[in-house]
Ligand binder design. Structure first.
Ligand SMILES: CC(C)(COP(=O)(O)OP(=O)(O)OC[C@H]1O[C@@H](n2cnc3c(N)ncnc32)[C@H](O)[C@@H]1OP(=O)(O)O)[C@@H](O)C(=O)NCCC(=O)NCCS
Length: 144
């Protein structure tokens, strides 16, 4: 099994967007991913590649030691195989000096919430009707 974790590049956007469209109702546009790739001073988009196939990606913002995970996903047919855990481990390996890490997650997204709790995230607050489908978001935080 050949696993590569690297910065997202322009050539990855087509595959990343296909996964994004499949997984999210209010998905990011191709232009949003391109913006993150270009906005390199504090934006860190990554892809996880398994045997030359993009199977996951994340977009992290790191600013003055505050880490924010803005997007995080594993391709549907590769879920439940430990790749979400691996992607999260890679993020924290890259930003060992973070003081706090934030993310938002749909209140009904039990798989993601379970993963985040395993990595030490705690629920900080709820954002009412945060998502386009009217669902609330949990804001989660992990302190270093
Ligand atoms: C959430 C997501 C990233 C998890 O990735 P994954 O590769 O499937 O997760 P893993 O196989 O690494 O499992 C890690 C942990 O996640 C949780 N988990 C994963 N699938 C789960 C499920 N179907 N039900 C409940 N918990 C689940 C478990 O806590 C699991 O730990 P365990 O194996 O010790 O039980 C993935 O399901 C996904 O991309 N979902 C769609 C997009 C999404 O919701 N992104 C997050 C937006 S905030």
């Amino acid at each position: 099994m050949n696993v590569v974790f690297r910065r997202m590049q322009k050539k990855d956007i087509r595959d990343v967007y296909e996964i994004e469209l499949d997984l999210f109702d209010d998905c990011w546009s191709k232009a949003s991913f391109l913006h993150e790739i270009k906005n390199s001073s504090y934006s860190f988009p990554f892809v996880l590649i398994l045997n030359e196939t993009i199977v996951g990606y994340c977009v992290c913002w790191f600013y003055q030691n505050e880490l924010h995970i803005g997007n995080f996903a594993i391709k549907s047919d590769f879920q439940g195989k430990g790749l979400g855990k691996l992607l999260m481990e890679k993020i924290f390996e890259l930003f060992p000096k973070y003081t706090e890490a934030y993310l938002e997650v749909d209140v009904s997204n039990n798989a993601a919430i379970s993963l985040y709790l395993k990595f030490g995230f705690k629920i900080l607050s709820t954002r009412k009707t945060y998502y386009e489908n009217g669902e609330d978001a949990l804001v989660m935080v992990k302190y270093n």
